[in-house]
Write a protein that binds this ligand. Structure first.
Ligand code: FCB
Length: 459
């Protein structure tokens, strides 16, 4: 294969998954219910009523999955820890059996020569905490800090890389404003409070991870590359609003030690409704990060639009006078997402331009694509669209490195086909196919392609 991108020595190649999307064993060994159990079991919420009850049965099949990772040749595996396995109601003493599962997984990885990278929160909030207000209330952030301390206390010596939160934008806004993720709320201030409390929870978890002496700790954000539909002032201003809500709400407190300013906050509410903020929060949130995790899938074309809901009292936090438009003339994935690798480079270079030396090293903690892949007559999965996507995005990433962005690693999403949240099992992101009837795993062509790319970097 020619023209494969070449990365510097020490660059980390990885693969990623998340607990609720793959583990199954939802009621086993003392695991408590999470908001995703409740949500997926609520009629009408997920595609065909799919749930994570069984998922990829990874809880029982993890040795086979680690063997797939070993054969793939990855340096690191990013997985997430299900809070309700460790604390079934989100507080109080640890459930030893839950911790034991992650301990076994970590040992299996280390034996295979793979560095574990653990995410503490990939959306499976214990339902008992949601019943007390969820991320709308500060108490959840405090419980999250305690949970982080328990987990780090058990695994810090064996897990070098830690991620506090995965994509808090989704937790706050898809969960509490759009309602398309658990817990399915549609609120204004509730979602803004959730955003803030997630950041506070991140800060408390960082302290717990530091206290446990972990090697590297950071957070993963899904930063959007927003591009204006036209060059009009109205559309460019709409991009500022989209950037504030998707990106600056996180990156300003995390990297600049401040909240978005009046000028950036054309949204308004962040400035005017801040009763959930406390003195000292910015110091907590803005603790130095060893790395920033970035998840990238696609750009978003943004156009000016009126409020969808004219009554301010009923407006949700995502109704901020802009709308998404289709990206013209590019291929779309099975998610309907436009394939625009240059936007990946642009996102990273823009981040560097904005934050300069305040930008920590970056790990791409997710990138990948859902395609309409099916097994061929011989049983193989020729996912040429995924291979092309990965090839072009890794090339775009290499261009960001050439432009001076300090990117240290790349984790493909995902190792396995899995439970794609509200879209259930209909969307397949894996480089390994999972037959949900038999739980058989079949490495796709993209797995073999990625394996060759990694092998080409070994001496
Ligand atoms: C990200 C999520 C991940 C997966 C991919 C497709 O937003 O972090 O769990 O669903 O999208």
């Amino acid at each position: 294969m020619t023209d494969l991108p070449v990365f510097p020595e020490g660059f980390v190649f990885g693969a990623a998954t998340a607990s609720y999307q793959i583990e199954g064993a939802a009621a086993e060994d003392g695991r408590g219910p999470s908001i995703w159990d409740t949500y997926s079991h609520t009629p009408g919420r997920t595609h065909e009523g799919d749930t994570g009850d069984v998922a990829c049965d990874h809880y029982h099949r993890y040795p086979e999955d680690v063997a797939l990772l070993r054969d793939l040749g990855v340096d690191s595996y990013r997985f997430s820890i299900a809070w309700p396995r460790v604390q079934p109601t989100g507080q109080g003493p640890a459930n030893q059996k839950g911790l034991d599962f992650y301990s076994r997984l970590v040992d299996e990885l280390l034996e295979a020569g793979i560095e574990p990278a653990a995410t503490l929160y990939h959306w499976d909030l214990p339902q008992a905490l949601e019943d007390r207000g969820g991320w709308r209330v500060r108490e959840t952030a405090e419980r999250f800090g305690e949970y982080a301390a328990i987990v780090a206390g058990h695994l810090a010596d064996r897990v070098p890389r830690w991620i506090t939160l995965n994509e808090p934008w989704c937790s706050a806004f898809l969960g509490y404003s759009v309602g398309r993720h658990a817990p399915g709320a549609q609120e204004g201030t509730g979602a803004l409070a959730a955003a803030h409390h997630l950041l506070v929870g991140h800060g408390l978890a960082m302290k717990a991870l530091r206290a446990a002496g972990v090697r590297e700790a950071g957070i993963t954000l899904n930063l959007d590359r927003n591009v204006p539909a036209t060059d009009t002032l109205a559309d460019r201003e709409a991009v500022v609003r989209a950037d504030t809500q998707h990106n600056l709400v996180w990156t300003q407190p995390l990297l600049a030690g401040r909240y978005p300013t009046t000028e950036e906050d054309t949204w308004g509410e962040l400035i005017t409704r801040q009763d959930f903020r406390r003195e000292g929060d910015l110091d907590l949130i803005g603790q130095p990060l060893d790395f920033l995790g970035v998840n990238y899938y696609r750009p978003i074309v943004v156009a000016d639009a009126p409020h969808r809901e004219p009554d301010p009292a009923r407006r949700v936090a995502t109704d901020n006078r802009y709308e998404e438009r289709p990206f013209p003339d590019v291929r779309r994935t099975a998610m309907g997402w436009p394939v625009v690798p240059e936007s990946f480079t642009d996102l990273l270079t823009a981040l560097k331009d904005r934050y300069g030396d305040a930008l920590p090293p970056i790990h791409i903690t997710e990138n990948g694509t859902a395609e309409h892949d099916e097994p061929a007559a011989d049983g193989a999965v020729h996912d040429t669209d995924r291979v092309a996507y990965l090839h072009s995005h890794l090339t775009a990433l290499r261009e960001a490195l050439d432009a001076g962005v300090d990117v240290r690693g790349y984790y493909v999403w995902s190792l396995l086909d899995n439970f794609e949240w509200a879209l259930g099992y209909a969307k397949r992101f894996g480089v390994v196919r999972v037959d949900y009837d038999t739980q058989e795993r079949t490495p796709k062509d993209s797995y073999h392609w990625y394996r060759r790319l990694i092998a080409a970097h070994r001496g």
